[in-house]
Design a protein around this ligand. Structure first.
Ligand code: HEC
Ligand code: HEC
Ligand code: HEC
Ligand code: HEC
Ligand code: HEC
Length: 490
């Protein structure tokens, strides 16, 4: 549900109705992100708690205008990331270990890279290594502050001081602080675990799924950030900050990064198959290509597949939104090139081999990578005005309408519409369209589990979400989307 935000009232008061202030974003240079874990180390997390649990003496100062200083509370009480290490030893985690015949907490098994990167001992500072009293603390914090913000040994001191927030992303990154304010690097950070990143050894396999890992898919970053929930404010939610509106843009950026990561994972599978015994990696394919019951009528038979019938596809819930991104920021030639490239990804890989051709993947991956990087840069350089955001909404409606979609794609599209409508609602003081769309999406939102209940155990939620996946009716979804109100253009 969209709430009427104070920022909206402020905008109204200023007479700025219906113009979203969105600027091109200065890009942080690419080479700042790779964190050198030999150089920068993790510290015990207790070091964050003492200041980030409540504002204390900072209350009502310019510091709390910038940050809440209650992040610890949000994370430990509402955010599932704080349990990511614990779940490795709960019922499902233990059973997975038994089926895999591996210790799920050993680095070589590949779970902790995503579930608690700070458990990797070679990344600990001397205090964690030597001080027995805090060892457990260093180990067991799940996806903690430093998993996202970077190993803190070198920045925990300077970052509390007055002029830290004026430093450039590069100056912060030199101390191991990841520039998560930047939409591109934020996307790379979240997606490194929610899609996977082979260069950080974060790779999910079909073996892990078959042992019981819940499916990782349908990750629309912006709506998932709300679901997390956010412990930070957007610029338009902060007092005294100049509000900029960029969630629609950032949502698109993250989908392009998703496509780039998906192809990088597929190419890492090719590299991992030197012995010829590890192909295909089924985790990269659309799960329900194989895991569905045969039935009549079959929506799969009525869809117009770009490729040959009877062959799986890459698991790319992001693809329609990547297409939308290309359509709203590229010129005619660029749009045609985008359609051609995305069609190649759909057809070429599976034309040469039923389960995907390693050669075709190796050929396409670098091309897709460069194309994605260019599109990401173009998105960041384009101002997203109200008119542009309305274009995005129209394109998303069309994307949802044109092809029958699987559950995960539909979930991603729904997340996108929610974010766009939230953003439009900030300036739409006279027309209630975004609110009405959001109300209609309400049910769908629940259906797609876009809310998180930290207390809900995976055993219940997974059962339900698998039932929803199995019973998903794309034609009903398409009908619902096509019945949504269009945003009026002046
Ligand atoms: C002694 C108090 C203190 C400790 C300890 C501390 N912080 Fe902070 N932190 C602050 C204050 C104060 C700010 C706000 C700085 C400002 O904007 O002036 C801040 C800001 C931040 C920011 C936002 C900085 C930016 O550039 O956007 C992050 C992220 C952060 N802290 C994470 C952490 C993490 C992770 C830890 C533990 C490893 C930690 N902090 C430990 C006091 C502390
Ligand atoms: C590429 C990153 C990645 C890898 C590798 C990975 N996981 Fe996960 N895991 C996730 C994410 C992300 C989720 C949350 C999925 C969601 O709900 O969208 C998750 C969820 C889970 C859950 C359910 C948590 C709950 O809420 O109860 C369990 C259990 C789990 N993982 C265990 C494992 C084990 C055991 C391994 C290793 C064999 C492993 N994971 C490997 C990223 C990963
Ligand atoms: C799952 C990843 C993740 C975890 C875990 C995480 N953060 Fe963050 N945090 C972010 C992102 C992403 C942002 C900023 C996004 C932006 O600026 O748009 C952020 C922003 C912040 C900010 C700046 C707030 C602002 O309004 O600019 C502070 C302070 C902070 N985090 C502290 C913490 C602390 C302390 C912890 C641990 C208790 C923590 N974070 C855990 C991802 C994370
Ligand atoms: C270091 C790996 C890692 C990073 C980085 C990461 N996540 Fe996660 N995320 C996980 C794991 C593991 C889980 C499962 C935790 C559990 O269920 O106990 C998870 C769970 C979640 C959930 C709960 C999903 C559900 O349905 O239960 C949300 C929402 C989420 N992450 C959003 C984000 C966002 C947004 C970002 C970036 C700001 C992010 N994550 C970054 C690993 C990560
Ligand atoms: C190319 C076909 C194919 C694809 C694609 C595929 N799988 Fe499987 N999967 C299989 C086969 C074959 C088995 C073994 C069947 C058995 O155990 O009876 C299996 C077993 C499983 C199992 C354990 C058995 C069960 O039904 O519970 C799970 C869970 C699973 N896969 C999840 C996934 C997920 C999640 C994806 C997508 C990321 C996926 N699979 C993609 C073919 C596939």
């Amino acid at each position: 549900m969209i709430s009427i935000h104070p920022a909206r009232i402020a905008i109204e008061a200023c007479g700025l109705v219906a113009v979203l202030a969105s600027v091109a974003i200065a890009q942080v240079p690419r080479d700042v992100v790779d964190i050198d874990y030999d150089k920068h180390k993790f510290i015990s997390l207790e070091g964050c708690k003492k200041c980030h649990i409540e504002p204390g003496t900072y209350a009502n100062t310019d510091v709390t205008d910038r940050v809440y200083l209650t992040e610890w509370k949000t994370w430990s009480e509402q955010d599932k990331h704080s349990e990511a290490y614990l779940v490795l030893s709960d019922e499902r985690g233990r059973r997975m270990g038994e089926l895999l015949r591996k210790d799920v907490k050993a680095e070589s098994t590949g779970c902790i890279q995503c579930h608690t990167p700070n458990a990797i001992r070679t990344r600990w500072d001397a205090n964690c290594l030597q001080n027995a009293a805090i060892k457990e603390d260093c180990l067991s914090t799940g996806v903690d502050c430093q998993a996202c913000h970077g190993p803190a040994a070198d920045w925990v001191g300077p970052h509390q001081l007055g002029d830290w927030w004026k430093k450039t992303a590069r100056q912060k990154a030199d101390l191991g602080f990841r520039p998560v304010h930047d939409p591109l690097f934020r996307a790379e950070m979240c997606l490194s675990c929610h899609v996977g990143n082979p260069s950080e050894n974060k790779v999910i396999t079909h073996e892990m799924y078959a042992a019981g890992h819940p499916p990782l898919s349908g990750f629309e970053l912006e709506s998932f950030a709300d679901k997390m929930p956010r412990h930070w404010r957007q610029s338009y939610e902060k007092p005294k900050a100049t509000p900029t509106y960029e969630r629609t843009r950032n949502m698109l950026v993250a989908n392009v990064v998703s496509l780039r990561f998906a192809l990088e994972l597929a190419s890492a599978d090719v590299a991992a198959n030197q012995d010829g015994q590890h192909w295909p990696e089924l985790a990269r394919l659309e799960c329900y290509a194989c895991h569905h019951d045969l039935r009549l009528p079959s929506w799969r038979q009525s869809r117009s597949t770009a490729g040959r019938v009877g062959r799986p596809q890459l698991n790319l819930g992001c693809e329609p939104l990547v297409r939308v991104a290309a359509r709203v920021v590229l010129d005619e030639v660029g749009k045609q090139a985008a359609d051609a490239l995305l069609a190649r990804v759909q057809t070429e890989i599976f034309a040469e081999n039923v389960f995907g051709s390693p050669q075709a993947i190796s050929r396409l991956a670098p091309v897709v990578r460069q194309w994605c990087l260019d599109l990401e840069a173009k998105l960041l350089a384009t101002p997203f005005t109200t008119a542009k955001i309305v274009d995005v909404l129209d394109e998303v409606y069309q994307a949802a309408d044109q092809q029958l979609k699987d559950y995960d794609t539909a979930r991603q599209l729904t997340g996108a519409i929610v974010i766009i409508c939230d953003e439009l609602a900030l300036v739409d003081t006279t027309r209630a369209t975004p609110q009405r769309v959001a109300d209609r999406l309400g049910k769908l939102r629940t259906g797609f589990n876009l809310h998180v209940d930290m207390k809900a155990r995976v055993e219940e939620t997974l059962k339900q979400s698998l039932q929803r996946r199995a019973g998903f009716k794309p034609e009903v979804f398409a009908r619902l989307i096509s019945s949504l109100e269009k945003y009026p253009r002046d």
